[in-house]
Design a protein around this ligand. Structure first.
Ligand SMILES: *Cc1c(COP(=O)(O)O)cnc(C)c1O
Length: 444
């Protein structure tokens, strides 16, 4: 059992981590960098223990992955049993029950009560790629519409769908064709203000698709219902539902990329649930399997089943150990009402962040849902000029104090909070105390 409290045994990073980081430089490609180079040896709940014996508070969950916490007893038991039974057959060669059971759960839990089918993959990017494959195959159309500030992954197709150049795309082109980008309903930065954002953004999107692509050429619109890497941008009520309705009128598939926002993170099972939006296809990954690599595409039966046998799959997709972990994660989410816990975490985070915003007018916006909350930092609230250097300084100050935090956003000026949903109130409060100290230190 790891005590759920911060312990600072050395500087962060400590001598052992510093040694390991030097060894990394000699062995690991420089392109694979680390936000906080402390080397982790053990983790449980909301605590990461590093090679120097420091106990860090985890506000990142390995980027929204360890939703049910590291060291979760249900996952340890399920994974241990599955490893002893068998670790791989390839589902496309000789199948197994765990894969089917995960698909049944995905069909049951994703938005909408229509008949669904699912397929499993290894990563979020792979899920998005496959959703696009299915959408093009079903519609017989080529064009894919994505949004400003979107993030969909690092493979060639998903890089093309991702909006941000540095670090994701720089020097990695050429990118796949028939990908079109339209404006995102970003209330904080909408030119006429947040009030008209939903309707105006919807009009712009519809008009650009009509004039620049033609509705009849569009296979799918792919959107994160709450944008992740792009800055936790929450489209205002009416935008997603209006977009989904308009897509349906034109035979365009509405694909929700719930890789980051899904599986209880937003305070519902999926972020689309909040507005009753029912996507044609949903991609999932990150929070699904307690850290084991697994991803899914779930969609309307007639769409998913349109693809010929052998058209979808992969050697490792739906690995039995990852599936066992997913079933145990989902069981935990249900048994411990983790959507409810995400809403409790939101209340705590918002309360403290609103207080902080009363002191620091560099906090321009507080947004997000559930345990997916962010603050956008600005030079001043009038110009809203992104305060990227300040975000980096506060991030560093948090790290030095043993709090694992992440930034995001197209301008790198957004602080995002993604604690494991099993984190205790005390540890959450301690993390927020550290954030407060970091603000004071970085702005003094
Ligand atoms: C992280 C992420 C992806 C990519 O997932 P990987 O598992 O890193 O390939 C895709 N979409 C969204 C919304 C994400 O947050």
């Amino acid at each position: 059992m790891i005590q759920q409290k911060r312990v600072l045994a050395t500087d962060i990073p400590g001598p052992r981590s510093t040694q390991l980081q030097a060894r990394k430089s000699g062995a690991v490609a420089a392109g694979v960098s680390a936000g906080l180079p402390v080397y982790i040896e053990k983790a449980e709940g909301g605590i990461l223990v590093d090679a120097d014996g420091n106990q860090l508070i985890d506000f990142g969950s390995g980027i929204a992955v360890t939703t049910v916490g590291n060291g979760n007893p249900r996952i340890i038991e399920a994974v241990t049993k599955q490893i002893a039974d068998f670790t791989h057959t390839c589902f496309m060669v000789t199948p197994y029950e765990e894969y089917v059971a995960v698909c049944e759960k995905l069909n049951e839990l994703t938005p909408g009560d229509h008949e669904k089918r699912s397929a499993l993959f290894n990563s979020g990017a792979e899920a998005v790629e496959n959703a696009v494959k299915v959408a093009r195959h079903y519609t017989g159309r080529d064009a894919i519409v994505t949004f400003d500030h979107a993030y969909h992954g690092r493979t060639n197709l998903t890089m093309g769908m991702t909006a941000k150049n540095m670090p994701y795309k720089q020097g990695f082109g050429p990118f796949a064709s028939e990908i079109y980008r339209v404006p995102m309903a970003y209330p904080y930065r909408w030119p006429t203000g947040p009030q008209g954002c939903a309707t105006e953004a919807l009009e712009v999107v519809k008009s650009q698709i009509h004039t620049q692509i033609g509705e009849e050429n569009v296979a799918a619109v792919v959107i994160e219902p709450i944008q992740g890497e792009g800055g936790f941008i929450v489209p205002p009520a009416g935008f997603l539902s209006g977009l989904a309705d308009w897509c349906r009128e034109h035979g365009i598939l509405f694909i929700a990329d719930e890789v980051q926002s899904g599986f209880c993170r937003s305070g519902s099972w999926f972020a689309c649930d909040d507005e009753g939006v029912v996507p044609d296809l949903v991609t999932t990954a990150k929070g699904i399997a307690g850290g084991m690599p697994l991803a899914g595409v779930t969609g309307r039966k007639e769409i998913m089943d349109a693809v010929h046998g052998g058209g979808l799959g992969g050697t490792y997709g739906g690995n039995p150990v990852a599936c066992a972990a997913a079933l145990a994660s989902i069981e935990t989410m249900e048994a411990e009402d983790l959507p409810g816990r995400a809403r409790e975490i939101e209340a705590i985070l918002r309360g403290r962040l609103e207080k902080l915003a009363a002191t620091y007018d560099t906090i321009g916006d507080i947004r997000g849902r559930g345990a997916m909350i962010a603050i956008e930092l600005v030079e001043d609230r009038e110009t809203k000029a992104p305060a990227s250097a300040l975000a980096a300084a506060i991030n560093k100050a948090c790290h030095e104090r043993g709090l694992v935090t992440l930034t995001c956003g197209s301008y790198g000026n957004v602080f995002r909070f993604l604690p494991p949903l099993v984190i205790g109130d005390e540890l959450l409060a301690e993390g927020l105390d550290i954030l407060e100290e970091a603000f004071a230190a970085a702005t003094s």
